[in-house]
Design a protein around this ligand. Structure first.
Ligand SMILES: C[S@@+](CC[C@H](N)C(=O)[O-])C[C@H]1O[C@@H](n2cnc3c(N)ncnc32)[C@H](O)[C@@H]1O
Length: 207
């Protein structure tokens, strides 16, 4: 019962935030894909295939991956976020499968060659993380790539989401994943000082 209440509360928080906030005022809004992520797409990802942008928010990555020729699904817990991303995608919206979906209880079916998460894992609690890991594993093809960006352990501000180190990411993903690359970077944001971020590239092992 307690868990259900928590999930509903979180859903409402995100939904209210997107209803009340203009896209350009979202702290995490960035017009373009972050530079190190753009490099990783070229270096580590298949040149085309199926891609899932998890917690898509304003849809920046979903739109970019569609332009690059991927067959994209974009999910978010907030319906208003999905509507925002759809509107922003314009003519490309018809080529993206938009789904309101909670990664912890994901109803998404099928498998993907690439999953991208910029800012979703780091907002989840311990129970949510377990469910996230299980769903990522289910949704990613063997040999598939997870591009993952979280707040970094190096970030010192008092508020904000959970902080991650490469060691913590490694320990979460030790079952069935290989950490191919990690780097300390920033979240280009609309905040006065951009948050410090950790960017990781993981590959699902062949079973
Ligand atoms: C920090 S924002 C990042 C949005 C987008 N990825 C970007 O970089 O612009 C985190 C996003 O995750 C979504 N989110 C939070 N919890 C979620 C969950 N349990 N399942 C799916 N999406 C979730 C939020 O609605 C929000 O859009």
């Amino acid at each position: 019962m307690k868990k259900i209440t928590q999930i509903k509360k979180l859903t409402l928080d995100w939904e209210n935030h997107y209803k009340e906030t203009a896209m350009e005022a979202l702290h995490w809004y960035s017009e373009e894909v972050d530079p190190e992520v753009a490099v990783a797409i070229k270096k580590f990802c298949p040149s085309r295939g199926s891609a899932l942008d998890l917690g898509t928010g304003p849809g920046t990555m979903a739109i970019e991956l569609t332009k690059l020729g991927y067959n994209v699904t974009a999910t978010d817990i907030s319906e208003s976020a999905i509507n925002m991303a759809k509107a922003r995608a314009g003519d490309l919206a018809d080529r993206i499968k938009f789904i309101v979906d909670d990664v912890r209880e994901s109803k998404v079916e099928g498998k993907f060659d690439l999953i991208h998460d910029r800012g979703c894992l780091h907002v989840l609690d311990a129970d949510g993380i377990k469910k996230y890991l299980s769903n990522i594993s289910r949704l990613l093809n063997d040999g598939g790539i997870l591009l993952l960006k979280t707040f970094s352990i190096e970030e010192t501000r008092a508020d904000g989401p959970n902080r991650y180190s490469p060691e913590l990411i490694k320990s979460y993903f030790e079952q069935g994943f290989e950490l191919l690359h990690h780097e300390e970077t920033i979240y280009p944001s609309t905040l006065p000082v951009d948050p410090k971020a950790l960017f990781c590239v993981l590959r699902k092992r062949l079973s």
